[in-house]
Design a binder for this molecule. Structure first.
Ligand SMILES: [Mg+2]
Length: 212
């Protein structure tokens, strides 16, 4: 049984998280924090952990609690040359083109960055739309509101006919709870029992019979 729609996380799901791009974004987020709130550098990591637990991300937390300009923070933290980290993936492109149903990106990053990454991977036109950090502010994944918002924006009315793929176990688990067919991608957290399926990497998409 194929699904009407598949929602894909971007970072660490559609490209290998070990390519260094997320490390660079994390450095930029650290810099942004120190611009907004002067604090000793060694406090940054625990501050980020708190914001992640409370808001699902550092940048929405900074905007809500400290009045940081959300758009400016997204622009600052995604200001990097994505082609230095990712390149065309014809295998993934072919898998996506064969995959039945509508395809969307559901990301907690910035739309303009997402477009650049998808373009660099050579898969931009495989997708029908992008739901980004601004669309789900102030409650990104794994908040139930983020998934509800994604369904609303895309006018997908039956969550049981939707799949969701993400490299973060807590996001896959949350999507499963909301009624999606949830797939966890990546070797970092193998075999999360709360997802409906697991693949080590996105190129293994075809091994999930429910999707094709
Ligand atoms: Mg991810």
């Amino acid at each position: 049984m194929a699904f009407d729609a598949c929602f894909f996380d971007l970072d660490g799901t559609l490209y290998d998280s070990r390519c260094g791009m997320l490390d660079r974004i994390n450095q930029l987020i650290d810099e942004w924090i120190l611009r907004v709130i002067p604090m000793p550098r060694e406090k940054v990591s625990s501050f980020r952990h708190d914001m992640f637990q409370k808001y699902g991300g550092t940048l929405p937390g900074l905007a809500v609690e400290y009045g940081s300009d959300y758009y400016a923070s997204l622009r600052y933290c995604h200001n990097l040359k994505v082609e230095d980290f990712v390149s065309e993936n014809p295998e993934l492109r072919s898998l996506l083109l064969q995959l039945p149903g509508r395809k969307y990106i559901l990301t907690t990053s910035y739309r303009f960055y997402a477009v650049r990454v998808l373009k660099a991977l050579g898969i931009l036109e495989c997708f029908d739309g992008i739901i980004d950090a601004v669309d789900v502010f102030p409650a990104p994944k794994p908040a139930p509101e983020a998934f509800q918002r994604a369904l609303q924006i895309t006018a997908e009315t039956d969550v049981r006919k939707c799949a969701f793929l993400d490299d973060q176990p807590r996001n896959a688990a949350a999507a499963h709870k909301e009624g999606f067919f949830a797939v966890q991608v990546g070797t970092e957290y193998p075999g999360d029992p709360l997802a409906d399926a697991w693949i080590p990497k996105i190129e293994d998409l075809r091994s999930i019979p429910e999707l094709y």
